[in-house]
Design a protein around this ligand. Structure first.
Ligand SMILES: Nc1nc2c(ncn2[C@@H]2O[C@H](COP(=O)(O)OP(=O)(O)OP(=O)(O)O)[C@@H](O)[C@H]2O)c(=O)[nH]1
Ligand SMILES: [Mg+2]
Length: 221
């Protein structure tokens, strides 16, 4: 069992705040937020539920289940966000356009966004959409962490192989700006590692202001 860090107990008390179908409906953009993104059906809502020990996020066998941006509060300053999945072909085009527009607006405009958890089904990692998200987070400087979900669907050795392959690609292309781990919701595998990442993002130290740095430019002659 993961040790009871402040984050773990906050996760255990997580509560639903609201669903937003457009950015204007999002909660106040203050504090720290971590968003869970990934293809439809990858396991975003299941991962969130496992991390919060609750049935907060709706999961489904039908892809495209999460159609709104769902916000969960850990405390007054910290939130987890369940994003609608991308890449589900059967969603009507008009709805796809609507999500894309608002998802883009959310991702590019949200100041409190401290990190992106990218959930990928271990059997189909690094889709074009996933790579687009990684590119985007790389360019904007937002850290990304990949959960290779449904690790229980593969034998241990096979899962480990995928982990190593994805790790190699990600290191080569994104350096240490993106990290990768195995995850399984039903087996509760990978919890400690995921909590560690969330904690580092949600409890980040404020960067000191430039003008607080000591001025070393004027030395004695
Ligand atoms: N075996 C296994 N099944 C999983 C795991 N995570 C999710 N699932 C199953 O995969 C399906 C989709 O899971 P969700 O968590 O709803 O996926 P999602 O990414 O939130 O999907 P959308 O909201 O449609 O984008 C459900 O049937 C889950 O039970 C996992 O780690 N292992
Ligand atoms: Mg979902």
């Amino acid at each position: 069992m993961p040790s009871a860090t402040p984050l773990v107990s906050l996760c255990q008390q997580a509560t639903f705040i609201k669903s937003a179908s457009q950015v204007e409906q999002c909660p106040l953009d203050r504090g720290y937020e971590v968003a869970f993104a990934g293809r439809s059906n990858a396991g975003k809502s299941s991962a969130l539920n496992t991390l919060t020990h609750a049935r907060l996020a709706r999961t489904s066998k039908t892809p495209g289940r999460t159609q709104l941006i769902n916000f969960f509060a850990l405390d007054e300053q910290r939130r987890l966000v369940d994003l609608p999945g991308y890449g589900y072909a059967k969603v009507p085009l008009a709805l796809k356009e609507h999500w894309k527009e608002h998802l883009d607006a959310y991702l590019t405009g949200r100041d409190s966004l401290a990190g992106l958890v990218l959930v990928m089904d271990i059997r189909h990692p690094l889709s074009d959409f996933d790579r687009m998200m990684l590119e985007w987070s790389d360019v904007t400087g937002l850290p990304a962490h990949i959960l290779l979900s449904k690790a229980d669907k593969l034998a241990y050795g096979a899962a480990k192989n995928v982990l190593l392959k994805v790790q190699t690609i990600v290191r080569k292309e994104y350096g240490n700006r993106a990290t990768v781990q195995l995850f399984s919701a039903p087996k509760r595998q990978g919890l400690e590692e995921a909590y560690g990442i969330l904690e580092s993002w949600l409890f980040a130290e404020e960067e000191p202001e430039d003008d607080q740095a000591p001025d070393l430019s004027e030395g004695e002659d």
